[in-house]
Ligand binder design. Structure first.
Ligand code: HEC
Ligand code: HEC
Length: 175
C-alpha cells in the first residue's frame, strides 16, 4: 500500500492543476469542450418516476424554486396526475433542489439560473429565455413533427438528454 502513495499524490496534484487550468478558461469555446453538458447526476426514483412520461429533465435546467413549486403540484401536473407518496416526493424534491440550476457548480447551470429573473418561477424549461435563445434557429414547424411532438421532448433531438448532455454536435433532428 505504502508504495502507491507517491503515485496517488502525483495523481491528486495533476488533477488539481488541470482543474485549475480548466476553471481558469472562461472563453466561449469552453462550452463546446463541456459538450453542452451538465454534470451527470442520478437518483433511482427520479429516473423511474420522472422519466416515465417524458425525458427525465436534468435538475440543472431549472432553479430550486421551480422544482419545489412543481413538486408541490404533482396532482395537477400539466394536465396529468403525477402524484407520488410523501416519502418518494421528498426524496426526489431533495435531489432536484440539491442539483438545481442555482445550486450546481457548472457553467451551463449558472447560465440557466442567470437567464431567469429572480421574481419568476417557471415550471417549464421550454418557457425560459435561455431555451428560446438556444433554439431560435429552428423553424416553429419542427416542434410539431409527429416524431417530436413537443419542445419538451428533448430526447428526440438530443440523444444524451437524460444524462444532461446537449452537445451541439450530437443533435439530430428526426424526420
Ligand atoms: C403521468 C405522466 C407524467 C409524470 C409521471 C411526470 N410528468 Fe412531467 N410532464 C408530463 C406532461 C404531459 C408534461 C407536458 C409535456 C409537454 O408539454 O410536452 C410534463 C411536463 C413537465 C415539465 C415541463 C417541460 C417543459 O416544457 O419544459 C417538467 C419540468 C416536468 N414535467 C417535470 C417532471 C418531474 C420532475 C416529474 C417527476 C416528479 C414528472 N415531470 C413526472 C407528464 C408527466
Ligand atoms: C427539435 C429538436 C430539439 C428539441 C426537441 C430540443 N432541442 Fe435543444 N437543440 C436543438 C438544436 C438544433 C440546437 C442547436 C445546436 C447548435 O447550436 O448547433 C439545440 C441546442 C440546445 C442546447 C445548447 C447546446 C450547446 O452546445 O450550446 C441545449 C442546452 C439544449 N438544446 C437543451 C434542450 C433541452 C433541455 C430540451 C428539452 C426541454 C431541448 N433542447 C429540446 C434541437 C432540439
Amino acid at each position: 500500500m505504502r508504495n502507491h502513495l507517491p503515485k496517488i499524490i502525483t495523481l491528486i496534484v495533476a488533477c488539481g492543476v488541470s482543474g485549475w487550468l480548466f476553471a481558469g478558461d472562461h472563453g466561449e469555446q469552453d462550452e463546446g469542450r463541456e459538450g453542452g453538458g451538465l454534470p451527470a447526476v442520478d437518483h433511482k426514483a427520479w429516473r423511474a418516476e420522472c422519466g416515465a412520461c417524458h425525458t427525465a429533465f436534468h435538475p440543472g435546467l431549472l432553479p430550486e424554486r421551480s422544482w419545489r413549486k412543481l413538486m408541490d403540484g404533482l396532482d395537477h401536473h400539466f394536465g396529468e396526475n403525477a402524484g407520488l407518496d410523501a416519502a418518494t416526493r421528498k426524496s426526489i424534491t431533495d435531489f432536484l433542489a440539491a442539483n438545481a440550476a442555482d445550486r450546481l457548480d457548472a457553467r451551463r447551470a449558472r447560465k440557466v439560473a442567470a437567464s431567469i429573473p429572480s421574481g419568476e418561477t417557471p415550471l417549464r424549461i421550454t418557457a425560459t429565455a435561455w431555451f428560446e435563445r438556444k433554439h431560435d434557429e429552428l423553424s416553429p414547424g419542427v416542434w410539431k413533427k409527429p416524431s417530436i411532438g413537443s419542445r419538451a421532448n428533448c430526447g428526440a433531438c438530443h440523444p444524451g438528454a437524460d444524462k444532461g448532455s446537449f452537445d451541439e454536435h450530437a443533435v439530430r433532428i428526426p424526420r
